[in-house]
Design a protein around this ligand. Structure first.
Ligand SMILES: *Cc1c(COP(=O)(O)O)cnc(C)c1O
Length: 421
């Protein structure tokens, strides 16, 4: 029996209405940018398996470092012990993170990195004798699927069953270059009526919203406003982190740095699940006390798993190598060129690109998980390219190791798709 058939017996996939869409393609192999299915068909992974495998699938350097660590120390409780991989990883991260970040906290995935960030902010004020409960977030932001992360996410189309159980959040529009004044007025009003614990944002690009970009200057002004009002800022760089935007972190484009940062996805190069919530020394210091209860009692069993740490160290070594940095630059240049070719196409409404990310909004109405979207996805797969349109947005986030021929094929397939729709 095929894997696809066997899958249906016991498995429940995420983000799927099984009654409408029962089949899942079985992938048996992945190498570099290529996924191979059980019938031997190959697909270019043009979104790096949700922005994780940025150094290519089964990258030998990463696999080797991981295997080496597996033979030495597999798992140990981070609440009671420490180990070299986690110490080295913290040192390497601090070298590349924005300068104000000084403490590294471990989680298992992007949602729990956000969850810990939210809890850190709430307890920071609590420990300082203040009760604050409201968060501010961007409209259409996405921060994950656990309750805190779901609460701050503005993309709540499918969250109706949980609406009554979410934490209190006020949403503001993203800065667009001309609304900064209105935004500041809105924020002043919010600050005068509420005890605000934090502002959470995806810096410069909102991934799940369809790679929507916003104005860096405007964002910087907002961040300054929060700094002046002693409100903590949480940068969710789960998607943007580790080179995707052309810099190590999207926050590197901004003058004002976040108090807390959430990282995952490319952190472990697609090999193992792990996430990090980093913060400033000032936040950490607010948890120091003779009172045990003022510590941070948030923990995941696999916190700072040594094998995942070794994988992450190897990932950072590759990220900071000249080879990968050069690749990011040429992908950026290719995207620029592709942009001039495609932006005036009659089916294209707008385009945008930053680093290795490229997005096109089609001037066709398309439901996020509707028929046309499914047809488009099939069109891409039939031509051997894995792209996952979101609503009327087609976007690329290719692994840094993609070849020129592979990238050309991705572009060509998108161009062909414009004739198809
Ligand atoms: C993917 C994502 C998350 C959630 O991460 P998971 O590992 O899927 O829980 C949070 N924030 C952003 C910006 C993301 O892209």
């Amino acid at each position: 029996m095929s894997l696809q058939k066997r899958d249906k017996k016991h498995l429940w996939h995420p983000l799927k209405q099984h009654q409408l869409n029962p089949d899942s393609l079985a992938i048996v192999k992945a190498k570099g940018c290529i996924l191979t299915d059980e019938d031997g068909n190959e697909y270019i992974d043009a979104i790096a398996s949700w922005y994780t495998c940025m150094y290519g699938h089964c990258n030998e350097y990463i696999v080797e470092a991981t295997y080496k660590q597996m033979q030495q120390l597999d798992q140990v409780m981070f609440s009671d012990f420490t180990h070299e991989p986690v110490i080295k990883l913290s040192e390497e991260l601090i070298k590349i993170l924005p300068q104000n970040q000084n403490k590294i906290y471990f989680n298992d995935n992007g949602s729990t990195a956000v969850e810990a960030g939210i809890k850190m902010a709430l307890q920071y004020y609590f420990n300082n004798g203040e009760k604050r409960s409201l968060f501010i977030a961007f409209e259409n932001g996405f921060h994950g699927d656990t309750f805190g992360a779901m609460s701050v996410s503005g993309l709540s189309v499918y969250n109706d069953p949980f609406e009554d159980f979410l934490i209190d959040v006020k949403r503001i529009p993203t800065p667009n270059g001309s609304n900064t004044k209105t935004l500041l007025e809105q924020l002043k009003l919010l600050v005068s009526h509420h005890n605000i614990a934090g502002f959470i944002y995806e810096p410069l690009i909102q991934g799940a919203a369809g790679m929507k970009t916003h104005d860096a200057k405007g964002l910087n002004t907002i961040l300054n406003f929060f700094k002046q009002h002693n409100i903590l800022t949480i940068a969710d760089e789960v998607m943007t982190g580790f080179g995707k935007t052309g810099k190590n972190f999207a926050s590197d484009y901004l003058e004002t740095k976040p108090d807390i940062m959430c990282l995952s996805k490319a952190l472990t190069a697609g090999l193992l699940p792990m996430a990090i919530t980093s913060c400033t020394q000032e936040i950490y210091d607010a948890f120091l006390s003779n009172d045990v209860a003022k510590g941070f009692f948030h923990c995941h069993t696999y916190s700072a798993n040594p094998v995942a740490c070794a994988t992450a160290i190897a990932g950072i070594e590759l990220l900071t190598s000249t080879k990968i940095q050069d690749s990011i630059k040429w992908i950026e240049q290719s995207h620029s060129k592709f942009n001039t070719e495609i932006k005036n196409h009659p089916k294209v409404e707008t385009t945008r690109h930053l680093g290795v990310i490229f997005a096109i909004d089609l001037n066709v109405k398309m439901a996020r998980y509707g028929d046309l979207r499914d047809k488009l996805l099939k069109f891409f797969m039939d031509r051997g390219v894995f792209l996952r349109p979101l609503g009327n947005t087609i976007y690329i986030q290719v692994p840094y190791v993609i070849s020129k021929a592979e990238l050309q094929k991705v572009y060509q397939t998108i161009q062909d798709a414009l004739h198809f729709i």
